[in-house]
Design a binder for this molecule. Structure first.
Ligand code: ZN
Ligand code: ZN
Length: 382
């Protein structure tokens, strides 16, 4: 990795909510070696002329294998094609300033290694393997009349696998952890883009989710749950789930419980905005469109509730297929409730914590990885 000094760089101070005076950031072997002082003699330098040097952004809810919103067309793609498509999506994320991405179902260790080996340009991926879904749950894409067995489970572009029963759930968790999963994902509640499950349906038994929490805990990590309804979120918190995805329908009491239990929420508002704008044109049926409205209408209110409860929120988008172009919209939606500093923190420090990479990414500090975004102007003002 190249050694380089960035000079005349202004760094955002999230506590003071202002930009610091122009300074020097020295990078050696891909890590931040020094902040401040003079650039070392003979080291290549890049003059930022007062522009802002920020920590690379973190998207804590993404699916890099979700090439199309037509999930079935993704699933039947050969793994080689799915991998090439994912590589292109990952390049797009990096170009948009995301240097770390937590994948919530689909990506495998091959995509992680592809980046590490320099075969593809992409963000560092933090993977969970496949999302765990019960039969008839959020990842069961089969129509009611489709009685074929689930044969597509471990295909690369499938975001989830159907697993039922405590023993099989344990086996699936162990397999994924062995294959590089850094956390476990469970579909614990009904979903929008799935055909058979109402938003308020609870998915999996308590015992099955407890088994996942135990397996993840034994491996030193945690369970993340797809969850919308207040009842589902509350059940997840009680069962020991630590990462709460979406949370659109959360109530104040549950948010306080989640904060107390040390959970992190990952709101993904742009996904529903994108589905509202383009879902119908992209083939989303009337039943799924009705479910979009249920969660979209409560999105901004949920931000307010979670902030007031002191529940940390990590930045996530969950934009699938053609909706990826709405990534920037998440910032606009968050800005209706949160301050710029709160949003930046969610897309850096809080995300890093949820990726269990605190001090490594999401921060400009000595020893951290040199993952940067350079922007014109002041992100703490705009
Ligand atoms: Zn979800
Ligand atoms: Zn998702």
């Amino acid at each position: 990795m190249t050694d380089i000094a960035f000079i005349n760089a202004r760094l955002p101070d999230l506590d003071a909510e202002s930009l610091g005076a122009p300074t020097t950031v020295v990078v050696r072997n891909g890590r931040i070696a020094e902040i401040g002082g003079a650039a070392p003699e003979g080291m290549p330098r890049h003059d930022l002329a007062g522009r802002t040097l920020m920590a690379g952004l973190i998207d804590c809810h993404f699916h890099v294998v979700a090439h199309s919103l037509d999930l079935w067309s993704n699933v039947i793609a050969p793994d080689s094609l799915a991998a090439l498509r994912a590589a292109k999506i990952m390049q797009g994320l990096l170009d948009a300033g995301f240097t770390t991405v937590r994948d919530l179902g689909g990506a495998d260790i091959g995509l992680v290694r592809g980046v590490e080996e320099g075969l593809i340009d992409g963000p560092d991926l933090v993977i969970c393997g496949k999302g765990l879904s019960m039969t008839g749950g959020h990842c069961d894409l089969r129509a009611r009349t489709d009685i074929r067995p689930d044969a597509m489970g471990w295909r690369l572009a499938n975001m989830g696998v159907l697993v039922d029963g405590v023993d099989d759930v344990r086996r699936a968790c162990r397999k994924m952890l062995k294959e590089g999963a850094r956390f476990i994902k469970v579909m614990a509640n009904g979903g929008v883009a799935s055909p058979n499950d109402p938003i308020d349906s609870l998915q999996y038994s308590d015992d099955e989710i407890r088994a996942m929490v135990e397996e993840a805990g034994n491996a030193g990590t945690y369970v993340s749950a797809h969850t919308y309804s207040d009842a589902s979120i509350r059940r997840c918190v009680k069962l020991g789930v630590k990462s709460l995805e979406h949370c659109n329908l959360i109530g104040a009491e549950t948010a306080a419980m989640a904060a107390e239990a040390g959970c992190t929420a990952v709101p993904t508002l742009a996904a529903y905005e994108g589905l509202k704008l383009e879902g119908a044109a992209l083939g989303l049926g009337p039943a799924e469109q009705a479910k979009v409205d249920i969660v979209r209408d409560k999105g901004l209110e949920s931000l307010q509730i979670m902030r007031d409860a002191g529940l940390p929120m990590a930045f996530g988008t969950d934009l699938l297929g053609q909706l990826r172009k709405y990534g920037g919209l998440e910032f606009d939606l968050l800005a209706k409730v949160l301050s710029p500093a709160e949003i930046l923190r969610s897309a850096t420090e809080i995300g890093a914590k949820l990726c269990r990479m605190e001090g490594e990414v999401g921060v400009i500090a000595k020893g951290a990885r040199a993952n940067f975004v350079v922007v014109d102007g002041d992100p703490l003002a705009d």
